[in-house]
Design a protein around this ligand. Sequence first.
Ligand code: MRU
Length: 330
Amino acid sequence: MGESPATLAEDGRSVLVLDQTLLPDQVRLHRLTTLEDAAEAIRTMRVRGAPLIGATAAYGIALAALADASDRGLEHAASTLGATRPTAVNLHWALERMLRTLHPLPPTDRVDHAWHEARAIAREDGIANARIGQFGLSLLQALEGHRPLQIMTHCNAGRLATVAHGTALAPIYAAHAAGLESHVWVSETRPRNQGLLTAWELGQAGIGHTLITDNAAGLLLMRGDVDAVIVGADRIAANGDVANKVGTYLKALAASAHGVPFYVAAPLSTVDFFCPSGSAIPVEERNAAELGAGNTPAANPAFDITPAHLVTAIITERGVVTPAELERLR
Ligand code: MRU
């Protein structure tokens, strides 16, 4: 899977996204031509993962500008896209950046600048993730442990969740390229099974991996089968608390109990310096029907918060920092 999961089409006026609701069974591109298409793709998780949601939202503003580049049109587009999913801050970061760029321009100049800025956001995500890969590689090279290294991850924080390289998987891809082999324990990530996406893309890259149920993680960590846990993030608060896919917190607790390093890999577009701590992060509550529990009362929080004290380090495009050092990158 060398292609980015979201790219500008050859016509220069539409965007092609890989429809992740069909993966891994079908690999099919889905064309976005309107603001509503972009909002629907994010809302229904055709595109998913914080950085990819941000890039798609930026393209959504460009699509909206084709139809109405007035101040009102752009504000409407930003509020439509901003209401699709609440937790991943990259969405709001990208929308604010687009509006900041376009507002000072006359409406007639906005369309070209919107495509330009959206492409810049996408390109920069790939560059940031490549850097995360290199910083993470140094951490992996320094790890004592099994060979191949045994890495655990959760959800999908790979190429599919970003414009390129992935975040949590970027160090693993970099290690593979450098000849340092790793084997990845991939938890299935109920109820939307993003772990299957991780397994699919690792398989495409020829990297050894094993799918486990979410609840098997504690046993593996207790047994000493894991050298490090690396996850992505949907929003990191200024104090280093991390919102990521539900189930992340339990892995962090078990990693801490068994002395296994717990790394969070994320670009700075995922850090919300205006959010003081994890308790201020909005956690998306998804439709309980995703649990397949029929009429049984069910709750379906899609993310959880891992407190900063359980995070060994955060791997960003500007280096590896402890949660306490995060403010330095502001
Ligand atoms: O609900 P999703 O599939 O959009 O959630 C994705 C995650 O939680 C990822 O782990 C996170 O966005 C990190 S992405 C590089």
